[in-house]
Design a protein around this ligand. Structure first.
Ligand SMILES: Nc1ncnc2c1ncn2[C@@H]1O[C@H](COP(=O)(O)OP(=O)(O)OP(=O)(O)O)[C@@H](O)[C@H]1O
Length: 658
């Protein structure tokens, strides 16, 4: 039926189904260049004999059914009352079509009886009233279902989004930095909130249709077992064609279609604000639009072929079903003429045959809906089941109220998950309390990684990091991070007021205006903030409230102010002045001595004029400590640091001379 095992999730399906139709080329399938007929994964990669098809179908069915209790739990968590209401109404409404068909038969029979003179008008009125009652019930059940579903949808969305956010906030950094896990998080956040209800609806739809189906068959058996058998057999051809093409359509319409994903990416390149500047500058707009169009044509062509095949097949198989149905209708009509069946039986059969056929189709649609939803939900459950890797030990060592800030790296090595080589390799050095150390090195030398390890965003794969003589893994990571003020290279620009942007650096001072202004002054951000239309209360960024757009350097000063708000014993700054002008940089570093008074400070910088102001300098090369000492010591050593320093100084000198 539809692809391999239901419980396996999308990545597995993709990986297992990734059969290529053309030989691998040197051009990657990014969609930006190269051939546009990017192959779709083949869902049906397994053997095609009947036995294995049946086995696969069974695995899919059981996998999907196993997903149901969890879904029921989620809907129950969202609202027990609505869950019960919808379930009861759905089950009841399964019987309504059969009741409707049966009443139509009663009505016709009583009319015929009255015409023939052996029936009464009051009997007809009775049946008509009964029919009215059933119709009212049908309308009410539909209204209740719609009402309950829309309320439950809101509740479910809130519940699941809350669960996803809560869990994401506890997860370790590597989860966000790995592409597969990040994909899973995005899918859980975007798709999952609507899926459980959809799954629940499909499941209830399945049960409702099964009830209708079963009761119709039972009704037919009561008239003529042969009729029941024919009604049951006639829709089979239509069912076969449904199941064959339904699976393929599911694959093509699913977001995971590689072709469609690339189209979405191309579309985002031309419609997203952050890309607009570069797309315009390089004149990429028309190129991306053209690529999109060409990929779109291939996608459309595939859809067209599939739709054509599907409709030809379902129409021809469906005709077979119709022919069988019509033959039986004729047979019953003749039987009715012969007086062996009533006119009501004829009406009932016609209604029942149509209903059974629709039910078969409904069963298939409901099941494939459940299957698809289950795939998404599988991602949600796996996401919610991921355990945070960096957690406090069972009995964390309490951090002293006055941390000295004595830092030691002992043979620290670290390799990013899945990376071929270590980012840090046997790094050892010591920073005395209150000392200021500049970390330098080429791009990719491991500087930012060193900071991430110190903040315990990752744990070393070898060696240990000590704070005041204790391995940082013995502390509660939350407590440890409270002792660190940090600014990373890719700091956040919060879409909030200037005051909030700084206040978020320490939640205990979120609205402490005095402290916030003091931090802004330290970072050199005060002057700009005071010039804003509403000063510290001015919204920044353009997402909400039409805030003010700041320049790169102005944002960086705000981010610095945020780091300075927290008066922690350890201060970590990753390229704090990369976006600042020369004057602002000079001002900051002249203040840094004062700012770092009594704190252990580490900063990364590529500008050697600022680096030399540090008490000691750590030069990293390919993840190893190459040199460590004062500026004078490293200059005297005439090695790596001296070379880099001289190189940069010479460039400035050349400028000055020319
Ligand atoms: N999240 C990550 N996953 C895998 N590898 C990473 C990740 N982050 C960094 N790396 C790799 O680790 C190495 C060290 O990166 P790091 O960011 O520490 O360098 P850096 O010295 O700070 O460089 P730069 O001066 O460019 O900021 C690089 O080779 C990089 O490719």
């Amino acid at each position: 039926m539809i692809g391999p095992p239901g419980g396996g999730g999308m990545e597995m399906l993709l990986a297992r189904g990734g059969r290529r139709r053309r030989p691998p080329s040197t051009v990657p399938d990014s969609g930006l260049t190269g051939p546009v007929d990017i192959p779709e994964p083949e869902p049906e990669a397994g053997p095609k004999d009947l036995k294995s098809r049946l086995t696969r179908m069974w695995v899919n069915v059981s996998g999907t059914v196993r997903g149901l209790p969890k879904v029921a739990k989620l809907t129950w968590q969202a609202s027990p009352f609505l869950t019960i209401t919808i379930t009861v109404v759905t089950l009841l409404s399964g019987l309504l079509p059969t009741a409707t068909a049966y009443i139509a038969k009663l009505l016709i029979d009583s009319v015929v009886a009255a015409i023939q003179g052996h029936g009464t008008k009051s009997a007809i009125v009775g049946v008509a009233l009964f029919q009215f009652g059933i119709l009212v019930l049908t309308a009410l059940s539909q209204a209740l279902t719609t009402y309950g579903q829309s309320l439950l949808q809101e509740r479910m969305t809130l519940t699941i989004r809350h669960q996803v956010m809560d869990h994401a906030s506890k997860l370790h950094l590597s989860y966000f930095e790995g592409s597969a896990s990040y994909d899973m998080l995005r899918q859980a956040a975007q798709e999952a909130p609507t899926r459980p209800l959809s799954m629940m609806n499909s499941a209830l739809g399945l049960v409702r249709t099964a009830i209708t189906f079963g009761s119709m068959i039972a009704l037919l058996v009561s008239i003529s077992p042969l009729l029941a058998l024919v009604a049951l057999v006639a829709p089979i051809p239509a069912f076969i064609s449904q199941s064959k093409y339904g699976a393929r359509a599911f694959w093509l319409t699913l977001m995971m279609s590689p072709l469609k994903r690339r189209m979405d990416y191309l579309s985002s390149l031309v419609t997203t604000d952050t890309y607009a500047k570069e797309t315009k500058l390089f004149g990429l707009g028309p190129y991306f639009v053209d690529r999109f169009q060409r990929l779109g044509q291939v996608f459309y062509e595939r859809q067209r072929k599939l739709t054509r095949k599907r409709s030809v097949s379902s129409t021809s198989w469906g005709l077979l079903s119709t022919a069988a149905g019509s033959a039986i209708a004729l047979y019953i009509a003749l039987e009715a003429v012969g007086g062996r069946l009533t006119l009501g039986d004829l009406a009932l059969y016609t209604a029942a045959a149509a209903s059974v056929q629709t039910s078969v189709q409904g069963l298939f649609t409901a099941f494939s809906g459940m299957y698809e939803n289950n795939l998404y939900l599988d991602t949600l459950y796996r996401f919610l089941g991921t355990k945070p890797e960096i957690v406090a030990p069972p009995e964390p060592r309490p951090l002293p109220s006055t941390v000295e800030g004595h830092i030691e790296f002992e043979e620290v090595s670290f390799t990013y998950p899945g990376a071929p080589e270590p980012a840090l390799d046997g790094v050892s050095f010591e920073i005395r309390p209150g000392e200021t150390v500049a970390v330098v090195g080429r791009n990719g030398a491991g500087k930012s990684t060193l900071f991430k390890l110190l903040c315990r965003l990752y744990d070393p794969t070898g060696g240990r990091i000590l704070l005041d003589g204790v391995d940082i893994r013995e502390y509660d990571p939350v407590e440890l991070r409270r002792r660190i003020s940090a600014m990373f290279q890719d700091y956040v620009t919060y879409q909030g007021t200037a005051s909030e942007n700084i206040g978020l650096g320490d939640l205990t001072h979120l609205v402490d205006r005095e402290r916030i202004e003091e931090s802004a002054k330290r970072a050199g951000a005060d002057e700009r903030i005071e010039r804003l239309p509403s000063g510290y209360d001015s919204p920044l960024g353009r997402w909400f409230d039409q805030g003010v757009s700041l320049s790169g350097g102005e944002w960086q000063k705000i981010a610095l102010a945020r780091a300075f708000l927290r008066e922690a014993p350890i201060l970590i700054l990753d390229e704090p002045t990369s976006a600042l002008d020369a004057q602002a940089e000079h001002d900051l570093f002249s203040r840094l001595r004062e700012l770092s008074e009594g704190r252990t400070t580490l900063y990364i910088s590529h500008r050697f004029s600022t680096v030399r102001q540090a008490e000691r300098i750590l030069l990293l090369e390919h993840g190893k400590v190459a040199e460590y000492g004062t500026h004078d010591e490293l200059m005297a050593a005439k090695a790596g640091y001296a070379d880099l320093f001289t190189l940069q100084a010479a460039a400035y000198l050349d400028e000055a001379v020319s």
